[in-house]
Design a protein around this ligand. Structure first.
Ligand SMILES: *Cc1c(COP(=O)(O)O)cnc(C)c1O
Length: 396
């Protein structure tokens, strides 16, 4: 497919113009091609399009012009050769993991994973004869120690949900290369603005576009990016025949989200950084984990592999669950929700919501305490957010 951006464009320009397919009407804003199929000039044209001898669309389960614009714009941002957009982040993670694996293969994954990702690895894959080992993703020795003869794939998230731990992507990619395995990175928390896993050596990157890419809480979506050879060999047929395709309407919403992604992430990160500093000095707060702070446990790796901190903060309120609930309930601007990356600031109590299915021991081991909260900082005025947090903590 022809590249639809220029190499000398920087990220912001790529995200406004990259991938655009303008129709003969010359519309300024990208069109929504809400169609299932396409008609052909002749029976001969249909034949040659099915043979792949002539370019063009066949059926929206395979590809659609609006979805294609989203895929190509993401490729332009990520520096990837090819991509497939999907109906949700989990459709993308499931496809990225399953499309290349078969019975008898072994996977090594970082233990601190999004709950549904962990279910795919621990519960679904064994049913199909795919084995796995979960490791502490921060320890290169742990990755190395888990490798077997049949290890085909490494999988990690960085920073992790909700404790914002960081894995050394370049070092883990190098280990994967040395044993002929592929590294798949779930880059949702970092966003493609703050971290580019493919440049760090990862082979495949996946997103829940539901989060920062939409950024306004409207629709679900996901995307997988990699080199053309991997997509052609593993994902192309899997994607066509299992049908996790994204609706053109949702693709359009996400495509327009990409235009404002850099300024949203920048602003949300600046506010998060201020709030993290405020919380770290507050007497009612026991712990703050924020990748932009010098006291982050992997601050050196953050500096090496990320362009900035995060739009998210992990914090522990002193006094456990009761205090965490009291604080959350007293917030007026910040909403209680399990979503993240939204224009609206949102707070989550992982132990009773997103991570309630983990055994208590595993939860504590993952650093999720009864008083732990995850704050996703939105686009509100930072002074207003600080005032909201201050008054809520005063009442705890
Ligand atoms: C939300 C999320 C997912 C799943 O995405 P959906 O769009 O909800 O299916 C996967 N990984 C991470 C890190 C997430 O935050």
């Amino acid at each position: 497919m022809m590249k639809r951006f220029r190499d000398d464009w920087k990220d912001e320009t790529r995200l406004v113009h990259g991938g655009t397919l303008r129709s003969s009407f010359g519309e300024t804003s990208e069109a929504i091609y809400l169609t299932q199929g396409f008609v052909y000039e002749s029976a001969e044209a249909a034949e040659s399009r099915f043979k792949g001898e002539e370019p063009g669309f066949i059926y929206s389960r395979y590809a659609n012009p609006t979805v294609d614009m989203l895929e190509q714009r993401m490729c332009a941002l990520e520096g990837a050769e090819d991509a497939r957009a999907m109906a949700s982040g989990m459709a993308a993670v499931a496809a990225a993991l399953l499309c290349s694996l078969k019975a008898g293969d072994h996977v090594v994954a970082a233990r601190a994973l999004f709950g549904s990702c962990r279910w795919i690895i621990e519960t679904l894959m064994p049913r199909y004869g795919i084995e796995s080992t979960l490791v502490d993703g921060r320890s290169i020795d742990a990755w190395e120690g888990a490798v077997r003869k049949n290890t085909k794939l490494f999988f990690l998230e960085s920073p992790t949900n909700p404790t914002l731990e960081v894995c050394d992507i370049a070092a883990i990619a190098e280990l994967a290369n040395s044993i002929g395995a592929r590294l798949v990175v779930d880059n949702v928390f970092a966003t493609p603005i703050l971290q580019k896993p493919l440049e760090l050596g990862a082979h495949v990157v996946v997103y829940s576009a539901t989060k920062h890419i939409d950024g306004q809480g409207r629709c679900l979506g996901g995307i997988i990016l990699s080199d053309k050879a991997w997509i052609d060999e593993h994902l192309h047929d899997y994607f066509r025949h299992t049908g996790p395709s994204l609706s053109p309407f949702n693709a359009w919403t996400l495509l327009k989200g990409l235009e404002t992604l850099p300024i949203r992430v920048q602003r949300q990160m600046e506010s998060a950084s201020r709030i993290a500093d405020y919380l770290a000095d507050h007497p009612k707060i026991a712990r703050v984990v924020y990748p932009g702070r010098p006291d982050h446990p992997q601050a050196d790796i953050v500096k090496r592999q990320m362009k900035g901190g995060s739009t998210l903060i992990c914090l522990d309120v002193k006094g456990g669950k009761e205090s965490a609930f009291a604080f959350s309930n007293r917030l007026n601007i910040i909403g209680i929700s399990n979503n993240l990356g939204d224009a609206k600031s949102l707070i989550t109590h992982p132990a009773t919501t997103t991570h309630k299915n983990l055994a208590e021991e595993a939860r504590l081991e993952a650093g999720i305490n009864p008083g732990t909260l995850r704050l996703s900082v939105g686009l509100e005025n930072a002074d207003d957010l600080l005032a909201d947090i201050e008054q809520a903590l005063a009442g705890v």
